[in-house]
Design a protein around this ligand. Structure first.
Ligand SMILES: [Zn+2]
Ligand SMILES: [Zn+2]
Length: 296
């Protein structure tokens, strides 16, 4: 959609006709943008709706990127999303004319809706900039959309995040995009999630890894520590004597859920070392080092 197919019809003598008006321009960054970059501002509006005079088209499919917190991604949830949708103007129903305005045939394109210009061996059709591809000109432009036939509206949608969502996970909400012009079906809303990092958790597949600091006494003598799971529950973890930095302890089924399955939570230790010892503490440490043959 919105793309690369240039509907190449075999053209007149010595050339080809590229008829842009047959190309579907659904998404953001579709042909509208290309028109505006090639032909300047006025054509942007024209590019937004070439060939609008035919059968019902579907509304704009809106694609957007949404940042979600780590926990919402892992466990699922709902996030509010605000987006801008380009839709048919409700006042003029896409005609661009003020209510009650009369219409006359566009003098620029003589009602065809497209104009063509030649360049080298090519003849190129593009939507008529004067009537915006409609072939007709209203006696008075619509006050809501200033004649464009389209308006941009802001909309708020509450989006359900599936559990186990990750950066790059996409969801398509059918019919949540722009409403369809001339009674056509509405477009879809396509959301790509990107997960913001968590202070505490990292993801490894369906497992979540939490780095937990231990002081020297806890690591050397052993300890029982309390850690918080993804759900916010507190779980006790027994640290055996002589635990090194980087050792991992697995808490079953406290990771990321997926269907029947659920990953684990992994507690990874990191040892913190006391700094700024007093004379007494230093002396004790030296005695300890001698007693255990620790070179230093
Ligand atoms: Zn309007
Ligand atoms: Zn025209």
């Amino acid at each position: 959609r919105g793309g690369s197919s240039s509907g190449g019809a075999p053209g007149g003598p010595g050339g080809q006709t590229f008829d842009f008006s047959n190309i579907d321009i659904g998404g953001i960054g579709g042909f509208g943008d290309i028109f505006s970059s090639i032909f300047g501002g006025a054509a942007g509006a024209a590019g937004a709706r070439p060939g609008a005079r035919g059968a019902a088209e579907s509304g704009q499919t809106v694609e957007t990127n949404v940042e979600i917190p780590f926990r919402t991604a892992a466990l699922g949830g709902k996030v509010p999303v605000e987006l801008e949708v380009t839709e048919e103007c409700g006042t003029c129903r896409g005609t661009g004319g003020a209510p009650g305005a009369s219409v006359k045939t566009c003098p620029e394109c003589t009602g065809r809706g497209t104009i063509s210009f030649g360049q080298g061996g090519f003849a190129v059709n593009r939507p008529c900039p004067m009537c915006l591809g409609r072939g007709q000109i209203p006696s008075e432009p619509c006050p809501t959309c200033r004649g464009a036939g389209q308006v941009r509206t802001r909309r708020k949608v509450l989006v359900t995040v599936p559990e186990g969502a990750d950066t790059g996970t996409r969801v398509r909400l059918k019919g949540q995009g722009g409403k369809g012009p001339k009674g056509g079906p509405p477009g879809d809303l396509v959301i790509t999630f990107s997960v913001t990092p968590d202070r505490f958790f990292k993801r490894e597949g369906l497992d979540v890894v939490a780095t937990v600091p231990l002081n020297v006494a806890q690591a050397t003598l052993g300890s029982k520590i309390s850690v918080k799971t993804l759900d916010g529950k507190k779980v006790a973890v027994r640290i055996p004597p002589g635990t090194a930095s980087g050792r991992r302890f697995r808490i079953r089924a406290q990771g990321i859920p997926k269907g029947e399955h659920r990953g684990d939570m992994i507690v990874e230790t990191t040892i913190t070392v006391p700094e700024g010892l007093t004379d007494e503490q230093r002396a004790l440490m030296e005695r300890f080092a001698e007693a255990t043959n620790l070179r230093h």
